[in-house]
Ligand binder design. Sequence first.
Ligand code: HEM
Length: 347
Amino acid sequence: MLKTYFSSQYRQSCNLIQELEHLKCLENIYEYFSQYSFTSFFVSTLGISENEIFGDLRRFGQIESKFQDLLNGLILNPFVSPKIWCKWFPAGKGVDKFINDGIPYVAEIIKSKKKQHKDILSYVENSDEVCLIDLLLTVGNQISNERQIFNELILFATAASENTGFVLASCFILLAIHPDIQEKVYKEILDTIGDSYEDISNLKYTEAVLWETLRIFPPTPFIGRKCHVDIDLGDKVLPAGASCLISTYHIQRDPTNWVEPLKFDPARFLPENQFKIKPYSFLGFSAGSRDCIGKAHAMMQMKTTVANVVRNFKITTNYKSIEELQLESVITMRVVNKSNCYFEPRK
Ligand code: HEM
């Protein structure tokens, strides 16, 4: 299934190149790539043509990017039930409107899918171009109505787009701050790249750049767990039943885990060096049975995008160092101080 996404992701990255040629400078690179990731995710998972409903999709993406801010309103009000919150609180009303706007939009796509493929089961069995919504439609008995499909899509889209967008934006900033590393990526792309999925898998250095970005700037700065048994930490015990937050951000910047943690050094993640990485000192996609189910999809999308952008542009920025980026943690990570990022076409 991942392979069928590739052509769609590649087309999305080509649209991006055209847009960057026109824009040249991104003032808010984080917002821009969050939108880009959202659109790419929807186009590839809904299996729709980007030209078809691009305007609606953009509008929908803008609402989604406010979704997290709105949800924080609920988290900060633990004494208010979600139902009351959605009905009476301005942030809650925003979430409610988002859902009410989204359902008919998805319903429309489902209607046209059903019209297109009368026998969805045999289509899924026989086609090479199956997308997520086709699969959701085949489990019609369990996921029967538009609202449930919409809920599934929003879970995936929110998990996918904010994270992927944040890593892409951070990666371009890091490459802009480190022109030597950017040139290494460019050289690898020239030496390796074609248009096929296999070539993307061979971009080992580019992949290491993305892992290293994810280490320094984890978009999910903490993960939550509930202890089922007492956990002995030596001088302390976490009692069964306790809720705990594990800070990926601190673990991945801890000097006892990583030498010079604020040095952007993709070589740490090259295949020949990976054995040196301490177990659980990298949790970018989490670990264990509840780790990120979209990591292969995310890596493929990010590698395709980075390869196409670096192949076409030299990237520069006003940021001078990693320390300059001031971070704040909402549900996912955000950069507070925005700076310009420039995309100058390579001759
Ligand atoms: C750079 C991109 C991404 C990062 C850094 C990321 C990271 C994470 C992390 C840290 C978790 C938490 C797991 C836990 O609690 O232990 C998670 C969960 C999840 N991710 Fe991702 N993710 C990314 C992209 C994606 C994409 C593209 C998809 C969908 C195609 C996706 C779907 C999900 C889902 C559905 C969950 C919830 C899994 C569960 O609760 O069992 N993610 N992700």
